[in-house]
Write a protein that binds this ligand. Sequence first.
Ligand SMILES: Nc1nc2c(ncn2[C@@H]2O[C@H](COP(=O)(O)OP(=O)(O)O)[C@@H](O)[C@H]2O)c(=O)[nH]1
Ligand SMILES: [Mg+2]
Length: 238
Amino acid sequence: MNAPPALSVVVPVYNEGENVVPTLRGIVERTHMRPLEVLVVHDFDEDSTVPVVKRLQSELPELRLHRNIIGRGVLNAIKSGLGVAAAPYVLVTMGDGSDDPNDIDSMYELARSGADVVAGSRYVRGGKQLGGPLLKRTMSRTAGLSLHWLGGLPVHDATSNFRLYSKRLLDEVTIESTGGFELGIELTVKAHLMGLRVAEVPTTWRDRTAGQSRFKLWKWLPRYLYWYRRGLAGRFVR
Ligand SMILES: Nc1nc2c(ncn2[C@@H]2O[C@H](COP(=O)(O)OP(=O)(O)O)[C@@H](O)[C@H]2O)c(=O)[nH]1
Ligand SMILES: [Mg+2]
């Protein structure tokens, strides 16, 4: 039997045939912890990412294709990946090249030294956000900074999903997110309210160069506000 991985990486994909090769190469080549497993999570067999990953597997044996068995959509894909991840630490990162894999090693170090959530943080010194719709960027930045300064959340970025979680945290929480990308803020707020350590590493997020974003700001906003309020209220209930 193979040794269990030190780190599992969950990469949700929706027709990322064009973007996924440099993204996956970056994850494998820029990180140093081994054994490493990279779970590429797709919703349906016809997804354009699937044949591309199959070809790449001969070169990068760390890659595993995982068909999301929970139901369509990025939240279900991430949950499905978290469910099969075998390592004590699980990183979620996007398949469209928007997260910087050079930051994964330092995120892993912080997790190894006891943080249950390590956020890739765009809104701290050294972090950046390049491209993307202005309104989405402004709201995300405002939420992150106000949760930090008013809500006492130890990180400056609440909404990025470039995040590393301990298996310990994942085993303990019941995920209540209902869709989209709200999982990052849910797990961060909950870990903080549980008294667990939440840390951050500055990172640069770049908008995709090929394909279309599937982010639905207005549809998902009420759920973001729900977690935002729980995060703010946390200051008074802890
Ligand atoms: N499995 C799966 N992945 C998705 C879905 N929607 C988006 N993704 C992936 O999630 C990541 C980020 O999605 P994107 O639409 O670019 O969101 P944005 O970066 O916030 O604009 C990419 O890797 C997408 O391929 C989906 O419905 N199912
Ligand atoms: Mg994107």
